[in-house]
Design a protein around this ligand. Structure first.
Ligand SMILES: [Zn+2]
Length: 67
């Protein structure tokens, strides 16, 4: 697998995960089963300060996003 394919795959997983984060207010948080690795839990939280979204799977080397 080339580096380019690895990046594309990770990006698609990230998009899948972000689609599952409920739209909501600042300061909310929750979790759901990870669609990328299927075994991890994706914890998400929306900063009450600036509204930035933090998303991280409990599996090492899986999805991690700060928006
Ligand atoms: Zn995962």
């Amino acid at each position: 697998m080339s580096d380019r394919e690895e990046i594309d795959r990770s990006f698609e997983e990230m998009v899948e995960v972000l689609k599952r984060v409920p739209k909501g207010k600042k300061g909310e948080r929750g979790w759901f089963r990870c669609p990328a690795c299927t075994v991890g839990k994706v914890h998400w939280s929306r900063s009450s300060y600036n509204g930035h979204l933090w998303v991280a799977c409990s599996s090492p080397d899986c999805v991690r996003v700060i928006q």
